[in-house]
Design a protein around this ligand. Structure first.
Ligand code: C2O
Ligand code: CU
Ligand code: CU
Length: 424
């Protein structure tokens, strides 16, 4: 196994996006999204982080199995002007599609919407579809004021999660995607704060081959669309013979208050390729053992509480009836023990559940009184829950220490829909 060494510097950059004025992003290495970090499973990763911002920050390795003291926890701050070496060794079975972003308590949404997020891929030399050319689509969301400045959050953003007027792919608005081969392997990141991507692709033929934590056991052929929740990632094999549109279809996620009607969005134009031989997709991509037997159970309940203050609605976002308190331990797990967590959404909106530092397996979901076992086994670190929905996940902790679990609508996380798990 190798050693990957890199440097990430967080610093502002000015960009001209609209005529009315400059946009100041906060960037990693002057890039928005940040630079791609690509390593091999088994590698040791050493990233020297330099904070050239005026705020304290952290770098969180979303989805990666790294020790808690290297995972950019909310209380593990890198102060302005400071450097910090993040160092971890990735296990052999950690291939997957990850990302990195700040996680300081109180300023995570702002630092992300100002541009701080980048992608991280862990590859496996035995990946059976490694010869298919890859394309990366990092979806982010930009909200600008008329003068080109990045808009601060308003009350609606705080309640429903922030959505902007521009949805970007790799930093570009509605780019042209020129297919380079008959079949491409796409990794798609939903790196938005709160936008649900109900993807559609016209008559392109699409096979899902992976989730957050790498390949599925078997490909899912003939997909006509796919919902990708905030912070979720997917791997697809895409063939487009003619020109089609990649779009986000309307998805109702139960927003509150007076909000603009949902609209279908064009994300990109795809220029197809008709020539060339079709790729034969192996029927078996890999094996994913489901951990068993279950030794402990946990329950996590999402809820919202609406209150009125001076004629203004204010919302509280709670987990197990409480708001996040950095000094609390909310749940305790034992190292190496197979656990089943039931995650229940008693709130009116959708909330995407995320747990740090591990990949879990969704065993079943229950919605409107109907329980459905997951139709396939997949490694994930995000599971979306509709209003009234619940999910049962299986998870095993591989490191001792403090882990966060939270709703990945960043404003909800910031307003308290987060908890601390201590692994002992
Ligand atoms: Cu993307 Cu707490 O994580
Ligand atoms: Cu995370
Ligand atoms: Cu939420």
């Amino acid at each position: 196994a190798g050693v990957f060494k890199g440097t990430l510097t967080a610093a502002p950059i000015d960009v001209s996006l609209i005529d009315a004025g400059k946009t100041t992003f906060w960037s990693y290495n002057g890039q928005v999204p940040g630079p791609l970090i690509e390593v091999m499973a088994g590698d040791t990763v050493e990233i020297l982080f330099k904070n050239h911002l005026t705020q304290a920050t952290t770098v969180h390795w979303h989805g990666l199995p790294v020790p808690p003291d290297q995972d950019g926890n909310p209380d593990d701050l890198v102060l302005p002007g400071e450097n910090r070496l993040y160092k971890f060794t990735l296990p052999k079975d950690s291939a997957g599609t990850y990302w990195y972003h700040p996680h300081p308590h109180g300023t995570t949404p702002e630092q992300v919407y100002r541009g701080l997020a980048g992608v991280f891929i862990v590859k496996d030399p035995t990946d059976p579809i490694r010869s298919i050319p890859e394309r990366h689509l990092v979806v982010s969301d930009l909200k600008l004021l008329a003068d080109g400045k990045i808009a601060p959050n308003d009350a609606n953003d705080e309640m429903n999660g922030r959505e902007g007027q521009f949805v970007l792919i790799n930093g570009l608005h509605q780019p042209l995607i020129q297919m380079q081969a008959k079949t491409e392997r796409w990794r798609i990141w939903n790196a938005t704060s709160a936008r649900y991507l109900n993807l559609s692709w016209g008559n392109a033929s699409v096979t899902q081959v992976g989730t957050d934590g790498g390949l599925l056991e078997h490909p899912i052929v003939g997909l006509t669309g796919l919902l990708v929740s905030p912070a979720e990632r997917v791997e697809l094999l895409v063939s487009a013979e003619n020109n089609v549109e990649l779009a986000a279809e309307i998805y109702q996620r139960g927003k509150m208050g007076t909000v603009a009607p949902e609209k279908r969005l064009t994300l990109a134009q795809i220029e197809g390729v008709a020539e060339g031989a079709a790729v034969i997709i192996p029927q078996k991509l890999r094996s994913i053992p489901v951990p068993a037997p279950v030794k402990a159970k946990k329950k996590v309940v999402f809820s919202e509480l609406m209150s009125m203050e001076n004629g203004q609605h204010s919302m509280q976002f709670l987990i197990n009836g409480k708001q996040f308190d950095m000094n609390n331990i909310d749940l305790i797990s034992r190292l190496g023990e197979v656990e089943e967590w039931e995650i229940v959404n008693q709130a009116d909106m959708d909330h995407p559940f995320h747990l740090h530092g591990v990949q879990f397996i969704v065993m079943s979901k229950t919605y409107k009184g109907q329980t459905q076992a997951s139709p396939f086994v997949a490694r994930r670190d995000i599971v979306n829950l509709r209003s009234g929905e619940s999910a049962v996940i299986r998870v095993v902790q591989a490191f001792r220490g403090r882990r966060m679990f939270h709703c990945h609508i960043l404003e909800h996380e910031n307003l308290g829909m987060m908890g601390t798990l201590l692994v002992v």
